[in-house]
Design a binder for this molecule. Structure first.
Ligand code: URA
Length: 219
């Protein structure tokens, strides 16, 4: 159900990670009273909790290990087959929690800025692992607002070979969900909340303000 709106169903392809701890921490994150250091810590904690859900279907492979008692075949995650992609710069705020979960995952970055007039994304940086085709790719950006940056980032990743992609944010606007799902219906969206709407400046309402500025204390 979008926050601050009547009852609606969650759109297809969208998972709202509605764990009480996620919602509690998101409430703190939204609050104007939350200072930069706490904001940063909370964003990381929420992403870790969300990562648990997002990575639920990670493939496991058998490994031979020796317990103190006897040898056994156990299963472990193929961390090297996973890639986290941060959409700069706010994506970095929710990257740490994911890396905490899978320290051996590969990391990529995409720099896009939003044209202040058209709100269209313009790429200024792109660095990802070479073998994207072999990896499960998790794209992270805390705010899914217009959806144009996320859609452009995923288009670019597909051009680089990525085939299995998931998108993770903290707060999504219905407009952004519609744009991203239309552009990339194969990409599931995971969010902690689906908010009411975008305002005339393409900010999410009620939202949490500018995620990058709040993460990095630049305003
Ligand atoms: N980016 C943000 O940081 N906040 C919004 O509300 C929308 C886009």
């Amino acid at each position: 159900m979008p926050t601050g709106q009547g009852e609606t169903t969650t759109p297809a392809g969208v998972t709202i990670v509605d764990h009480p701890l996620v919602e509690h921490k998101l409430t703190l994150l939204r609050s104007l009273a939350t200072p930069t250091g706490d904001f940063r810590r909370l964003a990381r904690e929420i992403s870790l909790l969300m990562g648990y859900e997002v990575l639920r279907d990670l493939p496991l492979q058998p490994v031979d290990i020796q317990t103190p008692m006897e040898p056994m075949i156990a299963r472990q995650v193929l961390g090297k087959k996973l890639c986290f992609i941060s959409i700069l710069r706010a994506g970095d705020g929710i990257l740490g929690g994911m890396i905490d979960l899978v320290p051996s995952a590969r990391i990529g970055h995409i720099g896009l800025y939003r044209d202040p007039v058209s709100h269209e994304p313009i790429e200024y940086y792109f660095k990802v692992p070479e073998d994207m085709a072999e990896r499960l790719t998790i794209v992270v950006d805390p705010m899914l607002a217009t959806g144009h940056s996320a859609a452009a980032a995923i288009t670019r990743l597909k051009r680089a070979g990525a085939a299995a992609i998931k998108f993770v944010c903290l707060i999504a606007a219905p407009e952004g969900v519609a744009v991203l799902r239309t552009a990339h219906p194969d990409v599931p969206i995971f969010t902690a909340a689906l908010d009411r709407e975008l305002d005339e400046h393409a900010y999410i309402r009620p939202g949490l303000g500018d995620a990058g500025d709040r993460l990095f204390g630049t305003k």
